[in-house]
Design a protein. Structure first.
Length: 129
């Protein structure tokens, strides 16, 4: 199986040096992330008051391979809604899962709620902590 897709939570764990950061670091530089999750990372950093030039520098330093989020992913994300509703999985989370499904790869995340999703959504979920 190819390297996993990173969820926004995994990237943020790396940026902030949280537990699990070393697992994420193993895939950097060049780790794959969906455009929707890249937007989540940048939004979180902006919410914390990070200046735009600093935010841009961090994202550039990570050297992430940002994957498109297209209509096929949007449809698959919508199909995942009934399967994930009970676990509190957000639209961005479903987007990450949809991109991973389309590539036949796993997802790296910090979100423990995802651990219960493997069988239901057909994506292997790897928790970094």
């Amino acid at each position: 199986m190819a390297d996993p897709i990173l969820d926004a939570s995994a990237v943020l764990a790396f940026i902030f040096g949280e537990p699990g950061a070393e697992r994420v670091a193993a895939f950097l530089p060049g780790a794959r992330i969906s455009a929707i999750n890249a937007a989540e990372v940048m939004s979180k950093l902006a919410d914390l008051g990070m200046p735009e030039d600093t935010l841009d520098a961090i994202m550039e330093d990570l050297q992430l391979a940002v994957l498109p989020f297209d209509m096929a992913h949007a449809r698959d994300s919508a199909r995942l809604r009934p399967l994930t509703r009970g676990q509190g999985i957000s639209a961005g989370d479903r987007g990450c899962l949809a991109v991973a499904r389309s590539l036949g790869t796993s997802v790296l995340t910090t979100d423990r709620a995802w651990a219960r999703l493997d069988a239901a959504v057909g994506v292997t979920v790897e928790l970094v902590r």
